[in-house]
Design a binder for this molecule. Structure first.
Ligand SMILES: CCCCCCC/C=C/C(=O)SCCNC(=O)CCNC(=O)[C@H](O)C(C)(C)COP(=O)(O)OP(=O)(O)OC[C@H]1O[C@@H](n2cnc3c(N)ncnc32)[C@H](O)[C@@H]1OP(=O)(O)O
Length: 292
């Protein structure tokens, strides 16, 4: 379903699906290249590494989301893969979250298409049959943090410049209930109440203390740590681990699935408001200004 919608979207946007290139890396592993998502089968058998490559900041554009979902779906359907490490190819940034330009100055049909893609991405990651380990090698606000929180395990680089959290209120936005649920399921109710209302972005030591990440390691060890953690997770037979994961996550995902259309309508109504459009424009302008 998501794959079909994604293919249609890529066709509309002029991206040819036949262009995915396969090449052999130095270790003989096949390396699949999309435009914005690079998939590398790794030295650990059954494990692929997905690298986000949507410069400058890995913002979650419609095209990025579509490629990402297609990549995950392909890996899920290829029974040689049991686990995936998610990481970034953009130095210092895991993902800047939802692309603000997708939510600014567009029409309701675009907002609907974009929000459905955000929902589908979250459902795909949150309910994946694969073991997903986030190797967070950069800052990850809002939607970037959501991706990491939706994985099974999080390893964060020990760099005080890398912040993580759901900072939506700082943009004048209210997080959707399923962003909130994902955070509450990870760090608990009280910590989420404070983090969400204040739009807090946490440095590594605090993220670890809160349980937002599972491990903080030196920057050059993020991916290797993620891969060794993966070995531990893959020691469990897939079917029992998958059934257990599904049992724990199903209610949260079902809540969105049941209200998916209403959630899209709510997003359109909210994001189309003049006051929200104005605050997003001001936020984008401030990002530009800070450079000068
Ligand atoms: C009922 C439903 C309600 C709606 C719910 C909506 C939920 C929203 C979720 C989100 O994810 S909103 C996005 C939140 N993200 C952020 O707040 C991050 C903003 N960006 C930054 O803080 C910084 O850019 C950075 C990520 C820390 C990187 O800093 P750096 O100094 O390295 O780069 P910049 O010069 O700031 O940025 C480069 C370039 O990229 C543009 N950009 C940055 N973030 C975004 C983004 N999220 N979307 C689109 N574009 C982004 C930035 O404007 C610069 O552009 P140019 O000036 O070069 O054109």
């Amino acid at each position: 379903m998501a794959l079909a919608a994604g293919r249609a979207m890529l066709m509309r946007s002029g991206v040819r699906l036949g262009t995915q290139a396969a090449a052999r890396g130095g270790n003989g592993a096949r390396r699949f290249m999309n435009h914005r998502v690079v998939v590398e089968p790794n030295t650990v058998p059954g494990v692929a590494v997905i690298k986000f490559k949507n410069p400058p900041v890995n913002s979650l554009t419609l095209e990025f989301l579509t490629e990402f979902v297609i990549c995950l779906e392909k890996l899920e359907n290829d029974k040689t893969f049991r686990g995936v490490v998610l990481t970034s190819d953009c130095p210092g940034i895991f993902s800047a979250g939802l692309d603000l330009r997708e939510m600014c100055g567009k029409n309701p049909a675009h907002y609907a298409e974009y929000w459905r893609a955000v929902q589908e991405m979250w459902l795909k990651v949150y309910l994946s049959n694969l073991v997903l380990v986030a190797a967070i090698n950069g800052t990850s606000p809002a939607g970037g943090c959501l991706i990491a929180l939706s994985c099974d395990y999080r390893v964060l680089a020990d760099n005080p410049r890398y912040r993580m959290g759901l900072n939506e209120t700082l943009l004048g936005l209210v997080v959707p209930f399923w962003f909130k649920d994902t955070l509450v399921n990870t760090i608990g109710h009280r910590a989420s109440e404070r983090a969400l209302q204040l739009g807090l972005l946490f440095p590594p030591a605090e993220a670890l203390q809160l349980g937002m990440v599972d491990q903080v390691v030196p920057e050059d060890q993020v991916q290797s740590t993620a891969l060794s953690v993966m070995t531990q997770w893959l020691a469990i037979p897939d079917h029992v681990r998958q059934l257990t994961k599904n049992m724990i996550r199903k209610a949260t995902a079902d809540h969105l699935i049941k209200h998916q259309e209403a959630d899209i309508q709510n997003f359109i109504n909210f994001i189309s408001r003049d006051s929200i459009q104005k605050s997003l424009q001001v936020y984008l302008e401030n990002l530009k200004q800070k450079k000068h």
